[in-house]
Design a protein around this ligand. Structure first.
Ligand code: HSE
Length: 291
């Protein structure tokens, strides 16, 4: 049996829409075992135990690309990443499926080849690249090929996810985005993305706060996230260093340091309506691994 561990990820990180991503020490485990025939998917909710399962789809697509075959497969999914919450659960399933197929077929794909196939299935690379390579990444796609680069991140910074009890699909969250943006909005984001990356590396909290402000997606998406304003206010009052929507949402993310009043933050969040889970997350620097 082969087991793949894939980290949760956040994407966009404010202004870096469809490019920036970061991996966390919160993992999903995907185990693959050949069986005489058929498909067995276990460990996950009943609704995912079928051939529409994203791990299985990604596994089969990869085998097809590799001209490889299995007679039957059992896939066990143990996921700690909440589904449809903006923490990269789809990307983790895709990476798990692609890496599982690579291991089962003993194909020896490189990490870049795994990145390429996973990106083709997902459609954008921002969760995929930190999921595979770990840490803080910036990605781009050129002529359908994804590329990425890794950035350092100050070790004093931690992240705090505010995860509501409702889901938001990426598809729905992309529907509210405009097709055209103003030149001033583009300049706002390009300049902030560049400054943000260096300030995350230096741990420059004053700059991080300013550089996180986004004009390409957050203004359109916040109305889809009930109590967005309330969560943001609680964060501001308790010295959270920076605040952004995690991926397409609905999870909201705070960057915290030693000055953050974590206890009060948690207490005030518990008074809100949407049963927000407050989860402290540390950065994962390894990315997906075959255990
Ligand atoms: N960059 C993507 C988005 C991340 O914000 O729509 C979600 O997968």
């Amino acid at each position: 049996m082969i087991t793949i561990r894939v980290p949760a990820t956040t994407a966009n990180i404010g202004p870096g829409f469809d490019s920036l991503g970061l991996a966390f020490k919160l993992y999903s485990y995907f185990s693959f075992e050949e069986i005489p025939s058929g498909v067995e998917i276990i460990g996950c909710d009943e609704e995912y135990r079928n051939e529409e399962n994203l791990v299985y789809i990604s596994f089969m697509k990869t085998l097809e690309k590799l001209n490889a075959n299995v007679t039957g497969i059992r896939i066990k999914i143990e996921s700690n990443i909440p589904v449809s919450r903006g923490l990269g659960s789809s990307a983790s399933c895709i990476i798990g499926g692609v890496m599982g197929a690579n291991e089962i077929s003993k194909s020896g794909l490189s990490k870049m080849e795994i990145f390429n196939i996973s990106n083709e299935i997902e459609g954008h690379p921002d969760n995929i690249s930190p999921g595979i390579f770990g840490g803080l990444t910036a990605s781009l796609v050129n002529e359908n090929i994804p590329y990425f680069t890794k950035y350092e991140i100050d070790r004093e910074l931690s992240f705090c996810a505010f995860i509501p009890d409702f889901k938001l699909s990426t598809q729905d969250a992309r529907k509210v985005l405009p097709n055209i943006v103003l030149y001033t909005q583009a300049v706002h984001n390009v300049s902030r993305t560049a400054v943000l990356l260096k300030s995350l590396e230096n741990g420059d909290v004053d700059l991080i706060k300013i550089a996180l402000e986004d004009k390409l997606h957050e203004p359109y998406r916040k109305s889809l996230i009930g109590e967005y304003d309330e969560v943001k206010k609680i964060c501001e009052e308790n010295k959270v260093v920076g605040f952004f929507i995690s991926g397409a949402g609905p999870t909201l993310m705070g960057i915290i340091n030693n000055n953050t009043n974590n206890l009060k933050l948690k207490e005030e969040m518990s008074n809100l309506k949407n049963n927000w889970t407050v989860k402290k997350l540390e950065v994962d620097f390894h990315g997906a691994l075959v255990l």
